[in-house]
Ligand binder design. Structure first.
Ligand code: MG
Length: 249
């Protein structure tokens, strides 16, 4: 695949002469794990019990936000106010319990191959998740051994502003000791793509659920793959083209 037009478009927009990838900043839900269906179902069950009518698929669009930020959206719509801290604690806990009652989620097909390629290419890997849900975060070491050192993880506990704010990806760059022109990001959700793009990273989006490609494009993704397997099969070529493409080449 030829990514040079997309690379040049990104370089022009950012006023960079080149991208020299040193770190890969990687989302978790919907990117490493096929977990978004369960998250949407758990949110939907919780709001339905509150008597709030929201379509299940709407929760895919909120992906990346912290639980507290999602609850504020739900409460603003239903009651015209933000949720209180106590409501946030109780309801996010309830959503987490419902998530855990659902069948186990699996690693996304192709995710391990994608990680292996990044490791072989010598890129530092940083986890960047809006989740605070320890059930999945704790599985990472088993499912993706060696992928992320404990120091190179940004979760909802490490930021004051979650995605779509750029803070999570800026924090990830800081942890990895890289500039935006040395970072690629891998995301599946529009809010995550926006966060990564606003932080300045060359952002690769992967469609892994019902979110349409256009929403990822609109959020600013530089390259979009239609599955994680496609991403895994092409990311080596993309890295090579990033290394060899400059604005004036
Ligand atoms: Mg995601």
């Amino acid at each position: 695949m030829n990514f040079i037009p997309q690379i040049k478009k990104y370089l022009q927009a950012r006023h960079f002469n080149a991208v020299q990838p040193v770190a890969a900043l990687i989302d978790m839900d919907g990117t490493l794990y096929d977990s978004m269906g369960n998250h949407a179902s758990a949110w939907h069950r919780m709001v339905t019990e509150l008597g709030i009518d929201m379509p299940r698929d709407e929760f895919y669009m909120y992906e990346g936000r912290t639980g507290a930020a999602t609850l504020d959206i739900i409460f603003q719509r239903a009651y015209g106010r933000n949720a209180t801290d106590q409501e946030k604690a109780e309801l996010y806990h309830r959503k987490t319990v419902y998530f855990q009652e659902l069948p186990d989620v699996n690693p996304m097909p192709g995710a391990q191959q994608m990680i292996d390629t990044l490791i072989k290419a010598g890129l530092r890997r940083v986890l960047v998740t809006g989740s605070g849900q320890s059930s999945l975060i704790n599985r990472l070491d088993n499912d993706f051994p060696g992928a992320f050192t404990p120091q190179l993880r940004v979760t909802s506990r490490d930021v004051t502003k979650g995605k779509p704010h750029p803070e999570p990806f800026l924090r990830a760059m800081q942890l990895a000791g890289v500039k935006p022109s040395q970072a690629i990001a891998i995301e599946n959700a529009p809010l995550g793509v926006k966060s990564a793009c606003d932080a300045g990273a060359f952002t690769i989006a992967v469609t892994t659920g019902p979110i349409p490609r256009e929403a990822l494009e609109e959020a600013g993704a530089a390259v979009i793959f239609s599955s994680m397997q496609e991403c895994a099969d092409n990311i080596h070529m993309l890295l090579l083209q990033l290394l060899t493409t400059t604005l004036d080449s």
